[in-house]
Design a binder for this molecule. Structure first.
Ligand SMILES: *[C@@H]1O[C@H](CO)[C@@H](O)[C@H](O)[C@H]1NC(C)=O
Ligand SMILES: *[C@@H]1O[C@H](CO)[C@@H](O)[C@H](O)[C@H]1NC(C)=O
Ligand SMILES: *[C@@H]1O[C@H](CO)[C@@H](O)[C@H](O)[C@H]1NC(C)=O
Ligand SMILES: *[C@@H]1O[C@H](CO)[C@@H](O)[C@H](O)[C@H]1NC(C)=O
Length: 369
């Protein structure tokens, strides 16, 4: 059976390799530092009649290949109890609105049942934070969409420092791309990469946490794709110019990342990510599409640690439910020795007026919740 399959593969490989070569030439052109993937066969499903008897009692079922949510889609790994990949299409419209993470809770994904689901108890006292793959902040337009981003199917065990700092800055970078380019597609997921150990042997070694043995990734990846405007800037004429996209693939170790590191330090070729993840990304990218390196087109510069802190205070100001809480968040600026910028100052003033209004309307609460 296997021999037959591979035999057929080699024969048809000659026919399809020209077409596939041209696809890969385009996809990999900007990252052309390593040999190209030797992808010669399409994976042809064997005929049902051939397998009927073999699978009389059913093919082992790994669940749906793709699961769809309001603002993300993912493939779930029932063995590792984490997603394999989580995909998003980010636009400016998704990033505006009143949804706030304070209203969301991490919960078991109701679509994934035991024994395949991970639970909050797995993460409790594990030493690992619950890291969003599709970030909560990409769902400001809808509380329901944001709530779904807190399903544990979108979560992996992530180093708390990595999650709150370097990784958070990458997420903010992706959102900032949506301001400069109309459409941003991001695919995020965990990796378990091998390490070389004594004696020259390689091992894939990762911790598992909780009673469900949730796999702790050694690395996390993001694959970012943006559509570039036509080169001559002539938006009314799309027929004469082929679509151009910019692509960046990044692999970051699941550990604290020093603040001076750049996103570019973690860039890998698409081919490299393809092999590490075992996933063929951007499979619908047409050969006519020109692919450029995101970091050539858009610098891949992250905000500074200080700007991140201002951002976090802004988020707290937005989320404050009472005047004292608002003042607490504002005082955080002093503790962190930060100067507010104009935006933050205006946000603070606006929230103060809003909260003064609501505290006038509502009698003071004496009960505690
Ligand atoms: C843009 O494209 C349109 C349609 O092809 C054409 O009429 C127009 O002259 C172009 N403008 C420039 C500045 O090239
Ligand atoms: C990907 O790149 C890294 C760093 O350049 C390298 O160590 C690793 O072996 C590469 N992985 C694959 C699958 O090519
Ligand atoms: C668009 O792509 C096609 C197919 O690769 C190519 O033949 C054509 O020359 C391209 N057109 C432009 C304007 O680049
Ligand atoms: C509520 O508390 C604020 C500040 O503590 C106070 O200024 C205000 O008069 C109180 N309002 C009522 C209705 O008790």
């Amino acid at each position: 059976m296997a021999a037959r399959f591979f035999g057929g593969g080699f024969a048809s490989g000659a026919v399809t390799s020209v077409a596939l070569y041209s696809l890969y030439a385009y996809v990999l052109k900007p990252f052309n530092t390593e040999p190209r993937l030797k992808r010669t066969t399409k994976e042809v499903p064997p005929k049902l009649e051939d397998s009927k008897d073999i699978l009389r009692y059913g093919a082992p079922d790994r669940g749906p290949d793709v699961r769809y949510y309001s603002n993300h889609a993912l493939s779930y790994d029932r063995s590792k109890k984490t997603p394999l990949w989580v995909a998003e299409h980010i636009t400016q419209a998704d990033l505006q609105g009143p949804a706030h993470r304070k209203h969301s809770n991490f919960v078991m994904d109701p679509n994934i049942q035991a024994p395949f689901a991970s639970q909050n108890s797995d993460y409790k006292r594990s030493g690992w934070s619950r890291g969003h793959m599709a970030p909560a902040g990409d769902n400001k337009y809808s509380q329901a969409a944001m709530d779904e981003s807190f399903y544990l199917s979108n979560i992996v065990p992530q180093d708390v420092n990595n999650n709150g700092n370097f990784w958070h800055r990458i997420e903010i970078y992706c959102r900032s791309l949506a301001k400069r380019y109309k459409d941003v597609w991001v695919i995020t997921g965990p990796l378990a990469l091998p390490t070389l150990e004594e004696g020259g042997k390689k091992y894939v070694k990762y911790e598992v946490i909780g009673k469900n043995n949730v796999a702790v990734p050694t690395h996390l990846y993001k694959l970012i794709t943006v559509v570039l405007p036509p080169v001559d800037g002539n938006k009314s004429d799309t027929s004469s110019t082929n679509e151009t996209v910019a692509v960046g693939a990044f692999v970051v170790p699941n550990e604290p990342i020093p603040v001076e590191r750049h996103l570019k330090d973690f860039q890998v070729s698409l081919e490299n990510l393809t092999e590490s993840a075992g996933l063929h990304f951007l499979s619908n990218l047409q050969p006519s599409v020109t692919v450029r390196n995101l970091c050539d087109v858009d610098s891949c510069k992250l905000i500074t640690q200080q700007q991140l802190q201002l951002h976090i205070i802004g988020r707290r100001l937005e989320g404050a439910t009472t005047l004292p809480k608002l003042e607490d968040s504002w005082r955080q600026l002093e503790e962190w020795h930060l100067e507010p910028d104009d935006n933050l100052w205006q946000l603070y003033q606006r929230r103060r007026v809003e909260l003064e209004e609501t505290s006038k309307q509502k009698p003071n609460r004496t009960d505690s919740i």
